[in-house]
Write a protein that binds this ligand. Structure first.
Ligand SMILES: [Zn+2]
Length: 345
């Protein structure tokens, strides 16, 4: 028929023009007839090869996006890749994948800090401590809630080891031997700046029994405010040996009570004690935290650089302890002292 003869060559031409490449004869399957085995095999092989190629392409793309490596070995590779390339891999990923990446970025932060910590730990010397040691040492916290486990250990009479830049109220004033070089050096520096001074150490270590009589006397004299000035026996910092009170050795005897107020030239001591390992223990405005009224004469040795941190940040030992408990060797407190040295606490 004419119609058929005219149409079929046209159809063939169109299909040839539109197809991108010629399909091999073997893959041209007529499903109306039984398919020979050779042709079935060729068709299945082609499908398999194309699948493998597609899988490889997707795998490589995902690997560069970081999703595969991090899922397999748990390392934050995707974060590292993001950092190196500077392009967020989320360009090609769905919103669900974006959400998955948020915790990975947090993971990087932790890793960074722990790397710093591990680095520092390598340079540190390990000192073994027993549970008993918790109640010893110059950072010990003694206040109305925590009594002193120390009483008279390592006490040295200041009369034996003091420098000439200060005097003592009497020869029985003693402190923990550890603090004497620091006390001498602070008051020597003060004297070299301001000349001879009236500085006197009125009180250092006070044993439990002494505190009993002092506390009872104070309550008898002033029963309303007594415990804001004098600690109950066992709860006085003076029992640790890490504490002393300044007074002034004035020619006329001065006023009754303590004459040292930490003002005038003496402000230098109150402002710089942190560099020598000391802190002003009962600060102005911190009465509710320490439980004591402001005492500009009462100094406590905590050791450097803790002392400088506490003084510079105008905090109490109670607040510093709280801060220490929030940190550990993987999340250290970093500070730079006045000489520009870096410290990890
Ligand atoms: Zn005191």
């Amino acid at each position: 028929m004419n119609n058929n003869d005219n149409n079929s060559p046209e159809k063939e031409e169109t299909s040839e023009d539109k197809s991108f490449f010629h399909l091999p004869e073997i893959l041209k399957i007529d499903f109306d007839k039984p398919v020979p085995f050779k042709q079935q095999f060729a068709f299945m092989s082609t499908v398999l090869v194309i699948s493998c190629l597609l899988f490889t392409v997707v795998y490589i793309q995902q690997m560069f996006a970081g999703n595969i490596a991090s899922a397999e070995d748990g390392k934050p590779t995707s974060v590292a890749n993001d950092e190196v390339s500077g392009t967020p891999a989320s360009d090609t990923s769905s919103s669900a994948e974006k959400e998955e990446k948020k915790p990975k970025k947090q993971q990087k932060k932790v890793t960074k800090i722990s790397t710093v910590g591990a680095d520092i730990l390598k340079k540190m010397t390990t000192v073994e401590r027993t549970p008993d040691d918790i109640h010893k040492g110059s950072l010990i916290l003694v206040n109305k809630d925590y009594s002193s486990a120390l009483d008279g250990e390592n006490i040295t009479m200041l009369s034996e080891e003091k420098s000439d830049s200060y005097v003592l109220s009497d020869n029985t004033v003693g402190v923990d031997a550890e603090i004497i070089p620091h006390l001498n050096s602070m008051l020597d520096d003060f004297e070299s700046l301001y000349g001879e001074t009236d500085i006197m150490i009125a009180c250092g270590y006070r044993g439990y029994e002494t505190q009993v009589s002092l506390y009872n006397d104070e309550l008898d004299d002033n029963d309303t405010e007594g415990d804001q000035w004098v600690a109950p026996p066992g709860y006085s910092e003076h029992q640790t040996g890490y504490v002393f009170d300044f007074d002034l050795n004035l020619a006329d005897g001065g006023k009754a009570g303590i004459n040292y107020d930490g003002e005038g030239d003496y402000a230098w001591i109150n402002n710089n004690c942190g560099e020598y390992g000391f802190i002003l223990r009962y600060r102005e405005g911190k009465e509710k935290i320490t439980g004591y009224l402001f005492e500009p004469w009462h100094f406590r040795y905590v050791g450097f650089p803790h002392s400088e941190y506490i003084e510079d940040n105008d905090i109490t030992l109670e607040e510093y302890m709280e801060l220490l408990h929030k940190h550990d060797d993987e999340d250290v407190i970093l500070m730079e002292d006045h000489d520009g040295h870096q410290w990890c606490i």
